[in-house]
Design a protein around this ligand. Structure first.
Ligand code: NI
Length: 184
């Protein structure tokens, strides 16, 4: 088990556009995926993109069977919910519905910030698994939101980019202050 450091906003590396992954996966990439899972469950979180641990590759993992409020209360403890780890490689949305849904989002790279964000309520996704097999499926609700949030990371986009400029500045100030306290 290896926990990697999660980059915190406003780290420049969070703005990198990640590169496509080639198959077969190298040992290095397999280790990265295992470490990402360890890191996400330890945090604890429901999703993590490779970008967030400083590796610019198009890989993200999710476990949306964890309810976010449960996750928040399980910090430091053993997770209560069953694990349903999904690995998404080279994900691409091939369709998004016009209807928007508002969901309160958070992010391991933007700690202690939870804000409502509007996104398409349903999506069709094409992705590859760890064997390089291509899949396509539709997602809605929390899964659709979580996938859009995670894959935005692969393009250097954070959920707070979708908030007002005023709110973004407040968040930046708050996190800079937090960093100072941690470093002192
Ligand atoms: Ni995030």
């Amino acid at each position: 088990m290896a926990i990697r450091e999660i980059l915190i906003y406003p780290d420049d590396k969070l703005r990198e556009v990640a590169k496509r992954v080639t198959f077969p996966l190298t040992d290095e990439v397999n280790t990265l995926i295992q470490d990402m899972a360890d890191t996400m469950y330890d945090a604890p979180g429901v999703g993590l993109a490779a970008t967030q641990v400083g590796v610019p590759l198009r890989i993200a993992i999710t476990d949306t069977d964890w309810r976010s409020d449960e996750v928040r209360h399980e910090k430091g403890g053993e997770p209560v919910a069953a694990r349903n780890l999904k690995v998404w490689i080279n994900p691409e949305f091939t369709w998004k519905v016009d209807t928007l849904v508002s969901w309160e989002e958070g992010c391991l790279s933007v700690p202690e910030v939870y804000e409502d964000v509007e996104r398409p309520a349903a999506v069709r996704l094409r992705w590859q698994d760890t064997e390089g097999e291509t899949h396509e499926a539709d997602f809605e609700g929390f899964q659709a939101v979580a996938l859009q949030h995670e894959f935005d990371h692969l393009d250097g986009i954070l959920f707070i980019d979708k908030l007002s400029r005023l709110k973004q500045n407040m968040i930046k100030k708050k996190l800079k202050k937090r960093k100072k306290i941690e470093n002192s």
